[in-house]
Design a protein around this ligand. Structure first.
Ligand code: SF4
Ligand code: SF4
Ligand code: SF4
Length: 400
């Protein structure tokens, strides 16, 4: 029998008992015991005197969408879990919601969904409209299906450093499930942590979007946070002022810092805006997206200061701080670099020291690869004195 058929045969009370006995948790941002999660939604619907529906979805804040792997790889499981959640809650309707851009995925699910009485829609979750519904995470649906197929393994489903999803124990230390060699930060869910903080358990830090990812000296926290904030800004529905305007401001400040135009006052402003977003927005997007900036700035303030005060990106990632130059004492004037430059921003002629126009160059690195003399350097450190006009090979030193 299928998991759903098993659950149906047991009946609602026994289903709830089994969920309690297995100590199932709601996954994602609203992590809590599944029985409490169901009870709260039922109470809210009863208080308002409205019908209770089950809505299975990702959290709105989820821009990485690693949990969509579940819908792609084990769609039956997620759909059955959605139907089981409806059975457990005594809901009238079960709806599975996939992100707006996943129309094809939604279409592929409809036949099986219909058999289970689950409606499939493609939209962003309107949290206000769903206040009296039971929101269930897709990963929780998979757990529910496993529970009633007697194949449930306790734990939290995560993708570590981009690997496929796997279960890790909720009470394991983060430092025990991920290799911290060379780590300067670890992204767990929607926040950055120091390696020392990774002595907390997976359950405590809660990788709500399924992501655990190590950042090393080669990763720039500011650049990383800026990109994540931009993704959140693009995904926000924009209906709430604090989320809409807050994300515009946070993304602007992060971006200014990566571009070398950051100001120290941005640190305080980020705290103010981020905290206001956490308290004043109704859904996970406003709350969790703020944590990206808040955790990055509060725990890795040194990196922000390096960008703002020293005009340096310690990881060498932010292009505004990366310089490229041709060593005038080593260039033979062969012209190979000019031939490959897609921006046409290298000046020179045969037997003359070549020069790069810093403003036009996009640091693609093609000239570096082309130069057999290995005299083109990309650096975040000091640049030596360079010729200011075309100079014959071998003459540069004499002129100084
Ligand atoms: S918090 Fe953001 S994403 Fe959520 S409803 Fe408000 S504007 Fe939309
Ligand atoms: S390829 Fe190297 S050696 Fe040749 S002109 Fe360019 S910088 Fe100079
Ligand atoms: S890094 Fe790319 S754009 Fe810049 S000078 Fe070299 S080839 Fe041209």
């Amino acid at each position: 029998m299928s998991a759903y058929a098993n659950a149906k045969a047991l009946g609602r009370d026994a289903v709830l008992d089994k969920i309690a006995a297995l100590d199932l948790y709601e996954s994602g941002v609203y992590r809590e015991k599944m029985t409490d999660h169901i009870a709260k939604a039922k109470a809210a619907a009863e208080e308002e005197g409205v019908q209770l529906d089950v809505v299975a979805a990702l959290n709105n804040a989820d821009t990485d969408m690693v949990y969509l792997q579940l819908l792609r790889e084990v769609p039956e499981k997620v759909l059955e879990g959605c139907a089981i959640a409806a059975l457990a809650a005594g809901a009238q309707k079960a709806v599975l919601t996939v992100p707006e851009k996943e129309g094809e995925l939604a279409a592929s699910l409809r036949e099986k969904a219909e058999e289970l009485g689950v409606e499939v829609v493609c939209e962003f979750i309107n949290i206000r409209k769903n206040q009296t519904n039971l929101l269930v995470h897709l990963a929780s649906c998979a757990d529910l299906a496993d529970a009633f197929a007697d194949s449930y393994e306790p734990g939290i489903c995560v993708s570590i450093n981009g690997e496929p999803l796997k279960k890790v124990p909720a009470d394991a230390k983060v430092s025990d499930v991920v290799d911290l060699t060379g780590a300067k930060a670890v992204q767990v869910g929607y926040a950055y942590y120091t390696p020392e903080e990774c002595s907390a358990t997976v359950g405590e830090l809660n990788p709500a979007n399924g992501v655990i990812r190590v950042l090393t000296d080669k990763n720039c926290i500011v650049d990383d946070a800026a990109k994540k904030t931009l993704a959140c800004k693009a995904q926000s529905c924009g209906k709430c002022v604090f989320c809409r305007e807050g994300l515009i401001q946070l993304e602007f400040m992060q971006n200014e810092v990566t571009q070398g135009r950051g100001k120290m006052e941005f640190l305080d402003l980020t705290s103010e805006i981020g905290e206001a977003m956490c308290y004043s927005t109704p859904c996970s997007m406003g709350q969790q997206s703020a944590k990206i900036s808040l955790s990055a700035m509060s725990k890795f303030a040194g990196e922000y200061e390096a960008h703002i005060k020293k005009k340096n990106c310690p990881a060498g990632v932010c292009q505004a701080f990366v310089m490229i130059y041709i060593d005038p004492t080593a260039c033979t004037g062969c012209g190979d670099c000019m031939d490959v430059c897609p921006k046409d921003c290298i000046e020179g002629k045969p037997k003359f020291i070549h020069m790069i126009d810093e403003f036009e160059c996009d640091r693609c690195g093609k000239c570096v690869e082309a130069c057999e003399e290995e005299c083109i350097h990309i650096t975040t450190g000091k640049v030596p004195k360079l010729p200011d006009r075309l100079t014959k090979v071998g003459k540069f030193k004499k002129r100084r």
